[in-house]
Design a protein. Structure first.
Length: 144
């Protein structure tokens, strides 16, 4: 199964947020609900199922650590990464450092990205989407 679709959920005063049910079921199916969250692109957060995180880390570890740009990239991804799990109600606690990085305050925009979930501040995503490429151009870039 894949992470597809989007949803917006409120963040409570403790930094907890419900994971959308459609994503919860995929997370539970993959690796029994264990996952990692890390800083992503364009100030988003990336939520990987454990197996996806392991693949990502394996790919990173195959890079030449002697190259400064590779070391910087590895540090950037691993710096504030955390292993999380859902509570019995399907909530996660978003670490404050990651909330600050992503500018997430009262709401989270969840975006399914096939093998991972992107978490955005709704206002940041809205601004990003204004400058995003046309869907036809995107399919063309993918050779479709």
């Amino acid at each position: 199964m894949y992470f597809i679709g989007n949803d917006v959920y409120s963040v409570d005063h403790k930094g907890r947020v419900f994971v959308p049910a459609k994503f919860r079921s995929v997370l539970k199916e993959k690796d029994e609900g264990s996952f990692y969250i890390a800083r992503g692109f364009e100030t988003s957060l990336l939520l990987f199922p454990l197996s996806g995180w392991n693949e990502f880390v394996k790919e990173l570890s195959n890079k030449k650590y002697s190259q400064k740009s590779i070391r910087e990239a590895i540090r950037a991804f691993s710096y504030a990464a955390e292993c999380l799990s859902m509570d019995s109600q399907g909530r996660i606690v978003l670490p404050k450092e990651l909330r600050d990085y992503s500018k997430i305050e009262n709401e989270v925009f969840f975006l399914g990205a096939i093998d991972k979930i992107e978490l955005w501040s709704p206002s940041v995503y809205e601004e990003y989407a204004k400058g995003a490429s046309d869907i036809n151009d995107l399919y063309s870039k993918l050779g479709m």
